[in-house]
Design a protein around this ligand. Structure first.
Ligand SMILES: Cc1cc2nc3c(=O)[nH]c(=O)nc-3n(C[C@H](O)[C@H](O)[C@H](O)COP(=O)(O)OP(=O)(O)OC[C@H]3O[C@@H](n4cnc5c(N)ncnc54)[C@H](O)[C@@H]3O)c2cc1C
Length: 92
């Protein structure tokens, strides 16, 4: 399943090589997980392969932390669902 979620790099993903730092990187694969389970599957799929993983949110960071240096871009911008909000009674 994860294999289908991980796409080989192509020019249509160019925007995901940069953030607001204006630095431009490179990547071999990209994934847009929708759920926590998708994230786990993507990490399991790459585990042990030595693949670098760069996590991205909205890519508004200004220090280049979301700019990939090869490997897999794990872009979390499609994880938009807000789950149940639970009050932690221990913290009041
Ligand atoms: C015009 C402008 C104004 C700004 N003003 C402010 C401000 O007033 N105050 C302020 O604090 N910041 C400000 N910022 C900085 C920016 O908004 C923050 O860095 C923001 O938190 C980045 O969020 P992002 O989702 O875009 O993360 P990204 O830019 O995608 O990533 C930032 C870093 O977090 C990591 N990351 C992203 N998502 C995850 C995740 N789910 N789990 C673990 N690591 C993750 C990335 O790998 C990267 O290292 C500003 C930026 C811009 C462009």
């Amino acid at each position: 399943m994860a294999a289908a979620l991980i796409m080989p790099w192509s020019s249509e993903y160019e925007d995901y090589l940069r953030d607001e730092s204006r630095a431009v990187g490179s990547a071999d694969y990209i994934s847009f997980p929708l759920t926590e389970e998708d994230v786990v599957d993507a990490l399991k799929y790459t585990a042990g392969s030595g693949t670098a993983i760069t996590t991205q949110g909205a890519r508004t960071g200004i220090v280049g932390g979301a700019v990939p240096n090869g490997g897999l871009v794990l872009n979390l911008s499609r994880m938009k669902r807000i789950g149940e909000i639970v009050k932690d009674e221990r913290t009041g």
